[in-house]
Design a protein around this ligand. Sequence first.
Ligand code: UTP
Length: 415
Amino acid sequence: MDEKLKQIKQTLEKYGQEQLLDEYNRLTSEDQKQDFLDSLLTIDFNQVKTLYEKSKEEPTFVNSKIEPIEYVDKAKLSKEEFKELKEIGTKEIKAGKLAVVTMAGGQGTRLGHTGPKGTFDLGLDTHKSIFEILTDILVKARKEYETDIPWYIMTSDENNEATVKFFEKNDYFGYPKSCVTFFKQGKLPMISTEGKILIDEKHKIKEAADGHGGIFHSMLKEGIVYDMKAREIEWVFIGGVDNVLVKPVDPILIGLSVKSKVLAAGKSIVKANPKEKVGVFCKRNGRPSVIEYSEITPEMAEERDESGELKYGESHILCNLFSLKAIEKVSQMNLPYHIAFKKAKYIDKDGNLVKPESPNAYKFEAFLFDAFESLDSLAILRVKREEEFAPVKNAEGVDSPETARKLYKDFHSKK
Ligand code: UTP
């Protein structure tokens, strides 16, 4: 027997994943067989085993001491404070110390658009796509600060090609192509409730993007950290693709980070009401963190301070600034994986495609904000929802194209 096949068989037996050989045996061409074996060699079976074991554990939120975290309200800065922060931040931007990373590797399942979420037409009179809207912001900043701002776009295996093609077809919407770099995020196998790795409809290992927290590893692995160092970047704004009011080039956020001598910062908006399903900034065992809505008790969610504000009211909106030093540090660490139970089509042991009606598979994702706990401090800047947060998440209702379009139009008509 072929040595490679023999070795792989042993590994599959060791980890109880022999069902993968059913697929191998069904393949007819030698090339397909070799490709399949090669893809098996990229899997960390021990990690898959550990992740499966974790899926059986009850989530534990106990043993951590949660406390409110300090923040700076941008609207309450005095004229002098504002001026000072703006000057510090502007100096950094003009000196070419800022890079922007847009995380566009998500599947956008809730929106249900075919193709990368960034290619979605927001429905403005101009029919601009989300990517064009984001590019407009950078084109304007490049002019204002008279500097090239390197833009890195994180894609996934699934949407990388379509994303790059979209930018090529549209001449990068007027942003210099030399300033734009695409890189792919990592992926992990999806497994059944019995811990078995699934096969997808293309007869390959069923894999899914490893969550936005995978960004740090990917930046290191794909040479982005190296590239940033070579360009003498010091600050990196990291945001999601789906906020059409994102402000990635913000001298106040940079100024605040420099002045407070922190390695990272995050923007917050006031939680709309105690029951809103958002994660909020907090301190966990004395360290900066985000507590998710599924984790916070109803009592804590209702707690208010002397001035009547929610004690846990600073919503995390995935608009964060990291020093390159912080990125380097986090990229060497292993962030925890969170488990999602999803509907996933797969090929069964007889080679038939199964399209489940309800969730059937585990997907593993790292969350970017889990990186905060490894940093000693985090500056938080509270900004206004109507100025900086218009998410496109759902096909309709809250956080949909309709609500984002309205926020976008209202904001731009006021300028
Ligand atoms: P979401 O958590 O909203 O996920 O991502 P999503 O994939 O866009 O949408 P749903 O949940 O399937 O409907 C927040 C941001 O993080 C990026 C997304 O592209 C979005 O900008 N992201 C998410 C990644 O880049 N990679 C991931 O693995 C997950």
